[in-house]
Write a protein that binds this ligand. Structure first.
Ligand SMILES: *Cc1c(COP(=O)(O)O)cnc(C)c1O
Length: 289
């Protein structure tokens, strides 16, 4: 299986023009940022492998995409979490439900078993969120698609923006693009993100990190996040992700004066199955008020 290139839309939001790379439309099942990051595993052959093991949260986009990858490859997928809420167990939804449907075998609080499994030669181990060197291959293709598009459009220079989790995508994009890549930290702060960059590459490839004055905690619900997400959907017709994109767009708008001298390309990194659980959480929170 190969992935075809994702489209780029031109949108207007709050009276400014932006281009959006629609990686949410990359493929019906294997899409978004995690499809780029796991592409290396998709296209290469691993004759001795029959299992993939990873860990993280019970609603993560990486978990879902690994379940798709495992299904495509005919591998078993073992996923380890600290805890699954009783609500989620009783009402499976979002990435959790979709990954179970793909055959994910999930364990709670069994790091011992995970450490056993990952020693095996027939098993690939993937770090939380796919923060790994192997992600380079797929992100490099994303960069190439952007370069081809910019040439067609006649854009000699551009500013790119994408929100980061582990920073892996932003970093490899900057490595392969002749344009400036700007990002914001969503998991942890600017120092965490900088450290993540250093784990993968020299400083010359590091994207520029933009920050807001207010501190936001990953996965927490903020009325202003929901508001910008809803406005984006209303004004552009595009559904963005509710975990990374609200802070991403708020940061981008905050620094518009710095970036608007060139065409701005925002990378939509998918995550829409995860929105199901985020929407439920926001609806419950907004109802309480
Ligand atoms: C994983 C993810 C990110 C963060 O990607 P990193 O490479 O970890 O920075 C951003 N947006 C979405 C929708 C994601 O699934």
């Amino acid at each position: 299986m190969k992935l075809s290139s994702s489209p780029i839309d031109k949108i207007t939001f709050r009276n400014h023009t932006f281009f959006v790379k629609r990686d949410d439309l990359l493929d019906k099942d294997f899409s978004g940022n995690k499809a780029r990051k796991f592409y290396y595993y998709l296209i290469n052959d691993f004759p001795h492998i029959n299992k993939v093991v990873s860990y993280g949260s019970s609603q993560s986009n990486a978990m879902y995409s690994l379940s798709v990858l495992a299904k495509l490859k005919g591998w078993k997928f073992y996923y380890f979490v600290d805890h699954i809420s009783s609500y989620l167990k009783e009402n499976p939804h979002g990435n959790y439900k979709a990954a179970l449907k793909n055959g994910m075998i999930i364990y709670e609080n069994r790091k011992d078993l995970m450490n056993e499994l990952i020693k095996r030669k027939d098993t690939i181990f993937i770090k939380e969120g796919g923060a790994m060197k192997e992600a380079e291959e797929g992100v490099k293709i994303l960069a190439k698609e952007i370069i081809v598009w910019a040439k067609e459009r006649g854009f000699e220079d551009m500013n790119l923006f994408l929100p980061s989790g582990t920073g892996t995508t932003a970093l490899f994009l900057q490595k392969y693009l002749p344009f400036s890549v700007f990002t914001s930290a969503t998991v942890g702060d600017k120092n965490y993100l900088k450290k993540q960059f250093f784990e993968l590459e020299d400083e010359k490839y590091h994207p520029k990190i933009l920050k807001l004055d207010k501190k936001y905690h990953f996965g927490k619900l903020y009325p202003e996040f929901y508001a910008i997400w809803r406005d984006l959907k209303r004004e552009t017709g595009i559904e963005f992700d509710l975990l990374y994109d609200p802070k991403g767009w708020m940061t981008l708008l905050n620094y518009l004066n710095l970036l608007k001298d060139k065409p701005i390309l925002y990378i939509h990194q998918g995550g829409l199955i995860g929105n199901e659980s985020m929407k439920l959480r926001y609806e419950r929170k907004l109802k309480e008020k």
